[in-house]
Design a protein around this ligand. Structure first.
Ligand code: FAD
Ligand code: MG
Length: 321
């Protein structure tokens, strides 16, 4: 972006996350409408309060199906499809384990193994029964809980993009605490920072230049606690019930839609660098940036963005570098 371009930034805290909206004209009323839209989706989808449409489904687990609104139904359907992919690390029914660990919500102890085993039995995504005709969702066992924490921000970022477009905005950016969605190409493109894991300052490993794309980052350093020298973070392995433990510190996905970015960060977390890069060969529309604990930055490909490495402690590798 050139220095002469005036950018107007608006911020809020919603979904327990810092929200940032960037526009190229001063429009406080539009910013308020955007924040209201995000709040409406939060009210439908949150599992951090006693009541929401998703909590209505969870409260009725083992009892009955619950009819929900179209956006909630379509998002749950999409989350179930991602959960049913072969060897998927994504699981929309992970709720009982997320609530037990409480990582990011002052949880700082490792639950007893009996608890993990008992709760794992309540996380089978096939037991989330969908009825398209009724738009209803039924969790077949008492104690089951849907958690859309790994996908809802992506879905909402896309809805904000659509809303801004409808309002005639040609250039803008929304950041929902790690889910960035952009409209248009400002002069020089959008420059998005890739955060340095576990850094206390706002240090960046590098920057991505993009246009009309979403950038979603998921990292083990966002919500975690440390116990006996081990890091326990908030992305759980649905196969074991414990945080996913592999070579990765973070995964960033560049894609058109932020919902894909959100789903694929979790899928990539489950696969790791090698399998992840192989899987992405079939998806030229989805590109990943892996940051490893060994301080490597691996690009699965970079056809839709330009990456600049800033931190010389990191080494850049990848098929197209
Ligand atoms: P991602 O990697 O995209 O997702 C990680 C999250 O997904 C975990 O926190 C967990 O919720 C879930 N998850 C863990 N493992 C898996 C798995 N294997 N498969 C699928 N999902 C998994 N935070 C607050 O502190 N307070 C709030 O009141 C609050 N309200 C929220 C309301 C809404 C509607 C949403 C979407 C989020 C809210 N959050 C809140 C944040 C939320 O708790 C998560 O921290 C956040 O969604 C994680 O997003 P991420 O992009 O950092 O990580
Ligand atoms: Mg995600």
């Amino acid at each position: 972006m050139s220095d002469t371009t005036r950018v107007y930034s608006y911020s809020a805290v919603l979904m327990g996350s810092p929200i940032l909206l960037k526009l190229f004209s001063h429009d406080e009323a539009l910013a308020s409408r955007v924040f209201r839209l995000i709040k409406q989706y939060e009210d439908l989808l949150t599992v951090n309060r006693a009541q929401s449409q998703v909590m209505d489904i969870n409260h009725a687990a083992g009892l009955r199906a619950v009819v929900v609104s179209s956006p909630v139904y379509s998002l749950i359907k999409c989350a179930k499809a991602a959960s049913m992919l072969p060897d998927s690390a994504f699981n929309l029914a992970i709720g009982p384990l997320v609530k037990r660990w409480r990582i990011g919500f002052r949880g700082d102890t490792v639950p007893p193994v009996e608890d993990i085993v008992r709760l794992l039995a309540l996380t089978d995504p096939r037991q989330v029964v969908l009825n398209d005709a009724e738009q209803s969702v039924f969790l077949t066992k008492a104690g089951m809980e849907i958690d859309l924490g790994a996908i809802a921000k992506g879905y909402i970022a896309d809805r904000v993009r659509d809303y801004l477009r409808k309002e005639g905005v040609v250039q803008g950016l929304i950041n929902l605490g790690g889910n960035v969605q952009t409209l248009g190409t400002p002069e020089g493109g959008w420059s998005i920072g890739l955060k340095k894991p576990f850094s206390t300052s706002a240090s960046m490993i590098g920057t991505l230049e993009i246009a009309n794309k979403s950038v979603v980052t998921s990292g083990v350093y966002e919500r975690f606690f440390e116990h006996n020298g081990q890091i326990y973070h908030h992305i759980l392995d649905p196969r074991t019930g414990y945080p996913l433990n592999n070579e990765l510190d973070s995964v960033t996905i560049v894609s058109e839609n932020s919902i894909d970015g959100d789903i694929w960060t979790t899928l990539m977390y489950g696969m790791g660098v090698e399998k992840g890069c192989a899987a992405l060969r079939a998806r030229p529309d989805i590109e990943a940036i892996f940051v490893t604990k060994a301080k490597e930055v691996v690009l699965s490909s970079n056809h839709h963005y330009r990456f600049t490495l800033l931190d010389k402690d990191y080494r850049l590798t990848g098929s197209t570098v």
